[in-house]
Design a protein around this ligand. Structure first.
Ligand code: FAD
Length: 469
């Protein structure tokens, strides 16, 4: 892109966390002036401890760095190809962690802070935006994260509707469809309502309730205890504590369902699995939001008939979170339909994790830069990690007849979000047949290779062309 600019081109980015920092970097790298507004240190969040930009609030891991076999490793690779500041700072501050990319958190944050502070097109404004941004800012990215300050969160909620901004994140586990034993589970909508429902195993036993009650729970942080649960999304183990029958009158109620393999016996309780993405590769366990520790979840949920070999795309959890019902509220370029000058990025859009948040900051930054130039940017291909995550946020999640008023939940990147391969690999390079787990490995590797080829093509066709314009 050329270097001419006018004051009206200035992009305002609110929040200098993982997403906002990356967005500001991408915009400035495209030759557009940015003001990056960060409220720390004047106002801190419940989890941040420093005034550094892109502070990691908990673990120091960016998870697997294996681009050939792991979806988050693939996202790292795509971001590096797109000149990501977050990845550059992570690579420069790596600490030994096997196949994972873990970083020295202070060195990482210092590197991001310095790169942004030194950039001639970036101004850092240490102030809270305590309400809707001024009307004259016509190209804004809101990247204020899961702990967005209350005045801004309230203003966004008023712009949308009361239910559209969640303040407690109730996460139910999600399983890969191919790991569900379909000789036990069956497809049926409750009362055979027309719609894409699904149902799972056909009974619950007392051992399951006991296991839930005994399972190790994650402790609440102090600030989490003062935030109420949403009605209707109590953790499954809290429901079990209220009485041994509670679950079978709640998320495990068997009414309206008949096991086709044993139609004369009414199930005592059932577990329902609901399709979670348009592709139909992922299913969530309906109503099973939980604070059980991850190990306990895998152990307890694999006692459910049909889920003995379940592979989890995401495990359940519950913590305060602020995120939009993005498929409803945002357009495909992450702009608020109700006020398109406001674009959202990071965890607020319904992705989960440091890397995912930064990647959505990256694409939001590219869109904002294209807007400032009055150019259109084609979306990244859905076959890429970036494109599939963006697709999940802006429309991949489906609503079902049983879904209730709100069902969109934050998501880490995983291969279940990618479209299937046209021709999945069946043979090894030496011509012998792939067996068992070899097939899964070969499939992931083929998806990764497809993604990297497609992101390279997209960069060459759209970003290099834009840069030359
Ligand atoms: C308690 C907790 C633990 C977590 N642990 C992990 C983990 O271990 N691993 C992982 O991958 N992810 C973890 N996450 C998720 C993680 O926070 C996000 O993935 C990531 O930090 C989100 O990036 P973001 O840029 O959207 O938000 P953030 O990184 O939180 O950045 C938002 C920024 O906006 C600023 N801000 C807020 N409101 C305003 C305002 N009104 N005006 C100006 N500035 C404002 C904040 O100070 C902050 O700097 C955790 C989240 C929480 C809440």
């Amino acid at each position: 892109m050329t270097a001419q600019r006018s004051p009206t081109e200035t992009v305002h980015v609110i929040g200098a966390g993982l997403a906002g920092s990356e967005a500001a970097w991408q915009i400035a790298s495209a030759g557009i002036a940015v003001v990056l507004h960060e409220m720390r240190p004047h106002r801190m969040t419940e989890a941040h401890r420093t005034e550094g930009l892109a502070e990691l609030v908990c673990s120091n891991s960016f998870r697997s760095d294996d681009a050939a076999n792991n979806a988050v490793g693939l996202l790292h690779a795509e971001m590096r190809r797109l000149g990501s500041l977050i990845m550059r700072a992570a690579d420069a501050n790596q600490v030994p962690a096997g196949g994972a990319l873990a970083v020295d958190r202070d060195g990482f944050s210092a590197a991001v802070t310095k790169a942004l502070g030194d950039h001639p097109l970036i101004e850092i404004d240490r102030a809270e935006i305590a309400g809707l941004p001024p009307a004259e800012w016509d190209n804004v990215i809101v990247a204020t994260g899961p702990l967005t300050s209350a005045p801004l969160a309230d203003a966004v909620r008023q712009l949308t509707d009361e239910n559209a901004l969640a303040f407690f994140d109730a996460i139910a586990p999600i399983v890969h469809k191919e790991s569900i034993d379909m000789s036990v589970a069956w497809f049926q909508s409750r009362y055979d309502k027309v719609g894409p429902g699904g149902s799972g195993a056909d009974y619950i036993n007392d051992a399951f309730v006991d296991a839930l009650l005994a399972g190790e729970k994650v402790d609440f942080k102090d600030w989490e205890t003062s935030t109420p649960y949403f009605d209707g999304c109590l953790p499954v183990e809290v429901m079990a504590e209220r009485g041994r029958e509670t679950l079978r009158h709640g998320p495990m109620k068997p009414v309206g369902l008949t096991n086709p393999r044993d139609p004369t016996v009414k199930p005592y309780a059932i577990v329902q699995l609901r399709q979670d993405n348009k592709l139909g590769t992922l299913y969530n366990i309906v109503g099973f939001q939980t604070k059980l520790k991850h190990g306990a979840q895998q152990r307890v949920f694999r006692t459910i008939p049909g889920l003995e070999h379940a592979e989890f795309a995401r495990l359940g959890g519950l913590h305060r979170n602020t995120f939009l019902n993005s498929p409803k509220l945002l357009d495909q370029q992450l702009r608020l339909r109700a006020q398109p000058r406001l674009r959202f990025a990071g965890q607020m859009t319904g992705c989960e994790g440091y890397v995912e948040s930064a990647s959505i900051g990256l694409i939001a930054g590219l869109y904002a830069a294209a807007n400032a130039r009055a150019q259109q940017l084609a979306p990244p291909p859905s076959t890429t990690a970036l494109g599939s995550l963006l697709g999940h946020i802006t429309g991949g999640h489906i609503e079902t007849v049983d879904a209730g008023p709100r069902s969109f939940q934050p998501m880490n990147i995983n291969f279940g979000l990618f479209p299937p391969l046209a021709t999945p690999p069946t043979k090894k390079p030496d011509g012998t047949r792939l067996r068992g787990n070899e097939k899964t490995v070969a499939k992931k590797q083929a998806m990764s290779a497809r993604a990297l080829a497609d992101i390279d093509r997209w960069i060459a066709d759209h970003l290099r062309v834009a840069a030359a314009a």
